[in-house]
Design a protein around this ligand. Structure first.
Ligand code: PXP
Length: 239
């Protein structure tokens, strides 16, 4: 069975748009787990544009939530992650001006730093994952750095599919990466830009064990949650 991790960062984006407490990411995390999510992903960004320190504390404390905390290589973020002991961590690159995580980690440039971070989490028995672009060199490096899992950045294939461009080359590349990763005993995850169509295609790859999806699920939930909420208001009018 494949696992579905739900990234709830954008629940915090909506909350922050009003500077209030609603919608509450902790409530969203609990409810997503109740609805069948296998884990909850949150990304504590250095600029705190969505999830904040208080969210991390609250969500990590709730033992009913399996938390996958995304962190950059920043020392302060690392300290917060070690203190809050999420179930899993995923190391991601961070670039100030990006709208979202645009690409995978530069493993070659940050080899020693990443290895040290992985060791720190291993000591606490926290599963480690590296968010990388689909290329064979980074898969081998991930193994060398002793990561437990790799998460393949699916942004490129998702964009190609959405723009109805030829995605065959990227699809083959992803499949080769998955095979090599499994041969090296790395667990394979996939995430970024996924929707129904891209997930349907990639879920045929048997080596991919976990999908982490955020923006599309939150967007769909906003629209298709309307019915339930409108009915609640109608009941209030008539009560
Ligand atoms: N996986 C990782 C490592 C990410 O950084 C993100 C985006 O924050 C996602 C998955 C989810 O991507 P999306 O919001 O495009 O579904």
């Amino acid at each position: 069975m494949k696992r579905l991790g739900i990234n709830i960062d954008h629940v915090a984006t909506v909350r922050n748009a009003r500077g209030s407490l609603h919608p509450n990411p902790l409530v969203a995390a609990k409810y997503a787990m109740k609805c069948g999510a296998n884990s909850i992903t949150i990304h504590l960004r250095e600029d705190r544009r969505h999830i904040n320190d208080f969210d991390v504390i609250k969500i990590c404390k709730d033992k009913k939530i399996l938390v996958n905390l995304e962190i950059s290589l920043n020392d302060k973020i690392l300290k917060i992650a070690l203190k809050n002991k999420p179930n899993y961590i995923c190391i991601v690159p961070e670039n100030r001006k990006e709208i979202t995580t645009e690409g995978g980690l530069n493993l070659t440039k940050n080899k020693n730093k990443i290895k040290n971070i992985i060791l720190k989490f291993k000591k606490k028995k926290i599963r480690t994952s590296l968010f990388i672009d689909p290329n064979l060199k980074d898969i081998r490096l991930s193994k060398e750095l002793q990561a437990d899992c790799i998460e393949l950045h699916t942004g490129k294939i998702s964009e190609l599919i959405k723009k109805r461009k030829n995605f065959v080359k990227e699809h083959i590349k992803i499949k080769k990466c998955c095979k090599l990763a499994r041969a090296l005993d790395l667990e394979v995850h996939a995430g970024h830009g996924l929707d129904y169509k891209t997930t349907k295609l990639l879920s045929k790859i048997k080596e991919i064990k976990e999908f982490n999806i955020g923006h599309f699920i939150i967007g769909e939930s906003i629209i298709y949650g309307f019915k339930n909420i409108i009915n609640k208001f109608k009941k209030i009018f008539n009560s």
